[in-house]
Structures are given as structure tokens and as C-alpha cells.
Design a protein around this ligand. Structure first.
Ligand SMILES: [Fe+2]
Ligand SMILES: [Fe+2]
Length: 318
């Protein structure tokens, strides 16, 4: 089976003062222990997926409203939606593995015992998320490979030399993206089983974002100016790569599923670009970057006078 190898250098920190120091992190650790669930026992796996073409919120299933897709016979249109759901969920599943790996690193690199104990609970959360998404995607259709843009961003987080970069990159940006997307999925899905999965998962992701916010709110003002600037630049690079607001960025392999069902990709891309050029359409679409990631970065003070113009160039109101 394929394995990707990444050589990283981690500074592993022991702590010998075991008394709680960061109360908010210790409280989060307590909540995390209480809110554990079991992917094999707490999900109603017996439920049939009655509308496999309506697993995604219609607004997340952008291909289904394209004229080139609507021209297909109905069973082929459903096939597009099923494959699109499997593709999107596969990206989230690979992201869950990235979170699992990153959180294992956080146990080693964060300086506080409270931060280490909490991160240990998140490792179990992410393992459960990998398990639950794999089981669901396999049932729905099958797993798609990880998009290279996503893998590049996750690798940069795993290779980052500052633990604060890992914390902002994974816990605030990637986790914020996951939490926001799972919330939209929970509201819009027609599949009860999937609603249960994303409901429980987004509850965990909210805790993961809280960890990033609690930790970084105290940590950022303590950092040296050059290191802080590196974290700010790192955050922008991750948002820029993932949000896809500039040509050539974002996750670029999704269109392959249209070709799998015989849709002309060029015609589909032209239609999508026309829609994305309409500000009214764009404003009506859910956007986890605009709605979840950017507010958190703003709250943390990661977007500074120095970096704000770059976000504005991408069209974010900051
Ligand atoms: Fe997760
Ligand atoms: Fe997470």
C-alpha cells in the first residue's frame, strides 16, 4: 500500500511540573474526556442511505446545477453528486489523518503539561474521525486520493519548526474550515446517518478550534517579533493556498470526477467561472473561510496591518 514519507525535526519537550497552569486548557481537557464517543457503537450504521445523490447540502454540490450536468440522464446526475460527495469527504478524511499526525506532534512540542494532556484527547478524536469517514465513504462510493494542494499545506504544517505555526495552521485554520464545513453539511444533508456523523464530528472540531484560540491568544503576545511575523505569514500562505480565490490555487483535482462520468470538463469550468464572476451568486454560497476561518484569525490578531492588504487582495473584508 502507498506510503508517503516526510522527515520532520521536532523539538520534544518534557515537563516536570505537573500541576495545572493554564486553567482554560485543563477545563477543555475535562470536557474532551466527557464528550468522547465511539465510532463503532454510537453511529447508527444500520441506517440505509436513501438518497445517495443528496448527501451534500445542495449549495456544496456545485456540479449538480451546471447545464452540462443537467443535460445528463437522471441516474448519471445522481452519479455526479455521489462521486462529488465521495471526493469532498475523501479530502476531509485525508485532512483528518493530517490532524491526527499533527496532534501527535503537538503532544511533543507544546511547552505546557495542560497543552500536552489536552492534545492527547484530540489524537483519539482524530483517529475516530478517520475511522468514521473511511467507513462512510467506502459505503457511499470509494476513496479518492488527496488533492496535492491540501497535501502540500498539511505537509507544511507537519514540517513547521515553530509549534505556534502548527497550532495556528492546524487548530485554527484547518480545524475552523472543518468545523464550518461539517456544520453546513449537517444542516443540508438528506441522509440521517451522515447527519449523525457530521453532528458528532463538528462537536469535536469546535473543541479543537477552542484549543487553538485559547492557546494562541496567550502565546502570540509572548512571541518575538520575527517569530510572530513568521506565524502571520504562515497563516496567510495556508489560507491563500486552500481558499482558491486566486487562479491556480485551491483544490484543483475535483473536476476529474466530471470526466469520469463523461462530462466535458472545459464546458463545466467555463460555466463555473461565469457563476463565480457573479457577486450575488458568490454571496449566496456558504464560505467556511469567510464565515469561520477569517473571524477566528481576526479575533486572534493574526491579521495585522502588515498582512491585511494581502487578505484584501483575495477579497476578504478585513
Ligand atoms: Fe477531525
Ligand atoms: Fe479536528
Amino acid at each position: 500500500m502507498p506510503v508517503d514519507e516526510l522527515v520532520t525535526s521536532l523539538k520534544t519537550l518534557w515537563r516536570f511540573d505537573y500541576e495545572p497552569k493554564v486553567k482554560a486548557l485543563r477545563d477543555l481537557y475535562e470536557v474532551a474526556k466527557k464528550e468522547q464517543w465511539n465510532a463503532s457503537a454510537d453511529i447508527p450504521w444500520k441506517l440505509e442511505t436513501e438518497h445517495p445523490g443528496e448527501v451534500l447540502d445542495p449549495r456544496q454540490d456545485m456540479f449538480r446545477d451546471l447545464d452540462v450536468v443537467k443535460a445528463l440522464p437522471e441516474d448519471k446526475q445522481t452519479e455526479v453528486s455521489v462521486r462529488n460527495a465521495a471526493w469532498i469527504l475523501s479530502q476531509f478524511m485525508h485532512g483528518e489523518q493530517g490532524a491526527l499526525l499533527c496532534c501527535g506532534q503537538l503532544i511533543e512540542v507544546v511547552p505546557d503539561i495542560d497543552g500536552k494532556l489536552y492534545a492527547a484527547t484530540q489524537v483519539v478524536d482524530e483517529a475516530r474521525h478517520v475511522e468514521v469517514f473511511h467507513r462512510y465513504i467506502t459505503r457511499l462510493h470509494g476513496v479518492y486520493p488527496m488533492d496535492p494542494t491540501l497535501q502540500a499545506v498539511l505537509n507544511q504544517i507537519l514540517e513547521a519548526d515553530l509549534w505556534q505555526m502548527k497550532c495556528v495552521g492546524m487548530q485554527v485554520i484547518v480545524e475552523g474550515l472543518a468545523m464550518g464545513t461539517f456544520k453546513i453539511m449537517k444542516e443540508g444533508t438528506k441522509d440521517e446517518l451522515f447527519r449523525r456523523i457530521v453532528g458528532l464530528t463538528s462537536q469535536d472540531e469546535a473543541r479543537h478550534v477552542s484549543y487553538g484560540l485559547i492557546y494562541m491568544k496567550d502565546e502570540l503576545p509572548r512571541m518575538s517579533e520575527p517569530d510572530r511575523a513568521r506565524v502571520e505569514d504562515f497563516a496567510f500562505a495556508a489560507v491563500d493556498a486552500l481558499c482558491g480565490r486566486r487562479p491556480g490555487t485551491g483544490l484543483l483535482t475535483q473536476g476529474a470526477i466530471l470526466e469520469e462520468v463523461g462530462v466535458n470538463l472545459g464546458a463545466a469550468v467555463a460555466e463555473i467561472q461565469a457563476k463565480l464572476g457573479d457577486p450575488e451568486f458568490v454571496a449566496s454560497q456558504p464560505d467556511p473561510f469567510r464565515d469561520y476561518v477569517m473571524p477566528q484569525l481576526t479575533r486572534l490578531g493574526i491579521i495585522t496591518e502588515r498582512t491585511a492588504p494581502r487578505y484584501r487582495e483575495l477579497g476578504f473584508a478585513v
